[in-house]
Design a protein. Sequence first.
Length: 459
Amino acid sequence: MATILIVEDEARMRRLLELDLAEGGFQTISVADAEAGLDRLRRDHVDLVLTDLKLPGQSGLEFLQAAKRLHAALPVIVMTAHGTVETAVEAMKLGAADYVLKPFSLAEMRMVVERELDVRRLREENRTLREELGRRYEFPNIVAHSPKMQEVLALVERVAPTPSTVLLGGESGVGKDMIARLIHHRSSRASGPFIKINSTAIPETLLESELFGYEKGAFTGAVASKPGKFELADKGTLLLDEIGDVPAITQVKLLRVLQEREFERLGGTRTIKVDVRLVAATNRDLRAALEQGTFREDLYYRLNVVPIDIPPLREHKEDIPDLANLFLARFAKNSPKPLTGISAEAMNKLMDYHWPGNVRQLENIIERATALAPGPAIGLADIHIDAPAKSHDSGATALLPEGKTLDQWEDDIIREAYRRANGNKSQTARLLGLSRNALRYRLEKIGIGGDEAEKESAG
């Protein structure tokens, strides 16, 4: 509810404005002179000022100037029975938002007030948007100065305070665990537990009991009851890493927890209710898993409420120098040798590499260099980057072309098959041994053949 300060020496007019503006849903503060008006501006929050130009003591124009010195963006509407072009122009030059000539109708005054408040709201929104666009998101122990990583942090900042489920995507080693922890620490659950479970690190037969717990005697060896990760994460956040590898039977139970916020322990009958914020992470393409039938569609849409894709390091190489220096400072603390930095030649080598292992690989290489460098700075010879594994057959080439990931190589093969088939999707699918639907998904992913008419094979 906007608050309007009325500065008017005529008591009847003051009262009429108070009643009409209150009927319009506004709060009002009324005073009879400029001095009292300035005092209220210093003490109270005011969204708009209505002032008469003819006031006892200080004039309305003098009050206008003083009010603008206090709050430059505050809209001030002047009222005058002595309206001439000269006084109106002078008031506008001094910063008045508008002026209204007496006598005026209350409907006219309310319309002017609402219009100026709308203008102020728009200006505030524009200012806020400009600040957001120009803001650099900074968090301890996270290096993310590149535009792509700033987009990720902006998403984190917006989603963290909400209860929404987040799906983190990205290659292995890009920092999904750190982003999940950041979401937790920026949320209202920060004082609660942060529990992580990696579904690939636990055998399928044990994953269900790890997530949901079990009762005594539920299976051989269950000599006592044990709470699962969901119970341990109550009032906090659960990071379920590698969600794409969760077996089908466990997916059904996960769906129920997300929908109903309840479950039963393995071997139990008591329903347990929990308040858990789920963050899921995967380095797989879950949409492809949907197509292959290995991941439930209903679970996918429950998880994919707020997707955040973390780019691979090769797509934000401008962060490499700061990341490398952060890791160096961390490892140098425990080093018996004084290490002061990384040479330009060594940094150039780091910048030129394609980083299939992403940030985790960079961290390992800096740790190795810190251990082996004679000091005082890490030099070119101290940067040891493992070459891609070669076949034992000395005449064999690397499994993947140098500098390419499996996804990139697959995209190249699909493009080549499509070219050889002259754009015929049926023939392309046969060349690749794919179904038509599988091929259509892959073509759309790499931006080929989405809008053009298909060429069908003859017969």
